[in-house]
Design a binder for this molecule. Structure first.
Ligand code: ZN
Length: 447
């Protein structure tokens, strides 16, 4: 088993990873996911073929903090049919055509009576919107504004073959055990039907990260959690409170496949190691990246960073939710997601993990004067880790000079301007040469 070193070979593999992730995403795209139900289970089953998943079914009616696990929803068919026999908003053609959690229906009505149940986007007339009514019994159809405007007058048969019944909500986890029981939590929501960047990109990146880590030795234990947005993360938090003290760092992943730059949103605390590591990696290695302050809005960071939970958890996306016109529409399809950005997002996550893994304080075992590096072969590029020899040598000097048992690797990265990855590799070489060791009593990370 290899340690978590993200060298040039792994960086070069990111393109192929992106192609594999995009293929997996295309397979998952047609499934009718929701916050419960068969499409959600089928998604978890398919991801479970990539990495082993522990699946927990939490029964409808279970109280979870201020919420209650809802009844399960299943759907087989939905359409509206004009008296001429022409059908519109056919669920079988696109699952976004039916409002999520629509109640069953088989009736006939005029277009005027039907209209309040039809949803479209006048500003984006070629996209079908994504609409749900999880907690209020309702029904409806979504279609392009162009199609809505072209609907012929007359009577319509409205058919929704759905069921709402006491069932369960599906949670899925993959745990990669490190040498420590301290955990890094990676969360991706899995409750959106045919939407590619929103939900599927996070799921496929997280799944391929888990598969990669399964072939590596790590310090941290990595917990990958796939659950419906909001109710799913709340359900997991409410049923796993004993796990929470072990979580040292966390990342919410979604929107990782569009063409925009990477965006890191800070945790509620704003200056945890995850905040420092993520922004260090993005700023240094993905130069167009942007840093966002915490806000109690967005994805499941809202739950993980609620005041009574308050995990050190940030969020990684490309273009944030609501800032691209395809968001929550049929425009967020498989062609909107690019293999190369999926691969780049995967690589960025690995580099963040690499920085967190190495971020501890070390002790220089030969601190009086500089140790003689040439004698130990440290002036040569060893192991093929480095293409930039001056940086590599500077990394050795910085690690030796600053390793006083208190200063952490991220402190040194910030002081030196060198990447955490290069410093991490220098730390490994110096430890192999007997010049450095991990400090026995780690300084706590900055608050
Ligand atoms: Zn969404």
């Amino acid at each position: 088993m290899k340690a978590l070193i993200i060298d040039e070979h792994i960086a070069a593999a990111a393109a192929a990873e992106g192609v594999a992730m995009h293929a997996l995403l295309r397979e998952l795209y047609p499934l009718t996911r929701s916050i419960t139900g068969a499409g959600l289970r089928a998604t978890v089953m398919r991801l479970g073929a990539e990495v082993p998943l522990d699946v927990t079914e939490v029964p409808s009616g279970t109280k979870v903090f201020d919420w209650t696990v809802p009844d399960e929803w299943s759907i087989d068919e939905a359409f509206i049919e004009h008296e001429s026999g022409r059908r519109f908003a056919e669920f079988r053609k696109l699952n976004l055509h039916v409002v999520g959690y629509s109640t069953p229906m088989d009736t006939t009505m005029t277009l005027d009576a039907l209209r309040p149940h039809l949803h479209s986007l006048p500003d984006q007339p070629d996209f079908v919107p994504f609409v749900n009514s999880y907690y209020k019994p309702d029904w409806g159809f979504c279609l392009t504004h162009r199609e809505l405007q072209s609907l012929p007058l007359g009577k319509y048969r409205v058919v929704i073959r759905s069921r709402i019944f006491p069932g369960s909500l599906t949670l899925a986890e993959h745990v990669h055990h490190g040498s420590s029981t301290e955990e890094i939590l990676i969360f991706a929501h899995d409750c959106h039907p045919s939407l590619a960047n929103d939900n599927l990109s996070g799921l496929v990146v997280a799944t391929r990260l888990a598969a990669f880590l399964s072939r590596r030795e790590t310090r941290y234990t990595y917990r990958f959690l796939f659950a419906p947005a909001t109710i799913g993360s709340i359900t997991w938090l409410a049923t796993n409170e004993l796990t929470l003290p072990k979580i040292r760092h966390g990342l919410v992943l979604s929107l990782l496949g569009d063409g925009g730059a990477l965006h890191y949103k800070k945790s509620r605390g704003g200056n945890h190691a995850i905040d420092r590591a993520a922004w260090h990696v993005l700023r240094k290695e993905f130069p167009a990246s942007r840093l966002l302050d915490f806000s109690p809005w967005g994805y499941d960071e809202r739950q993980f960073c609620s005041p009574g939970i308050n995990l050190p958890m940030g969020r990684l996306t490309r273009t944030p939710n609501g800032e691209f016109i395809e968001y929550h529409t049929s425009g967020d399809n498989v062609d909107f997601v690019l293999p190369q950005t999926l691969g780049q997002s995967w690589l960025a996550c690995l580099k963040i993990f690499e920085a967190l893994e190495a971020d501890t304080s070390y002790v220089n075992l030969s601190p009086k004067g500089e140790p003689q590096l040439g004698r130990r072969g440290l002036y040569r590029s060893t192991g093929g880790y480095y293409t930039d020899v001056p940086d590599r040598q500077m990394a050795l000097f910085w690690m030796l000079n600053q390793s006083d048992g208190c200063t952490t690797l991220l402190d040194i990265a910030e002081k030196s301007g060198l990447s955490a990855g290069i410093l991490a590799r220098a730390a490994i070489d110096l430890q192999a040469s007997g010049l450095l060791q991990v400090a026995t009593v780690e300084k706590a990370h900055r608050p």
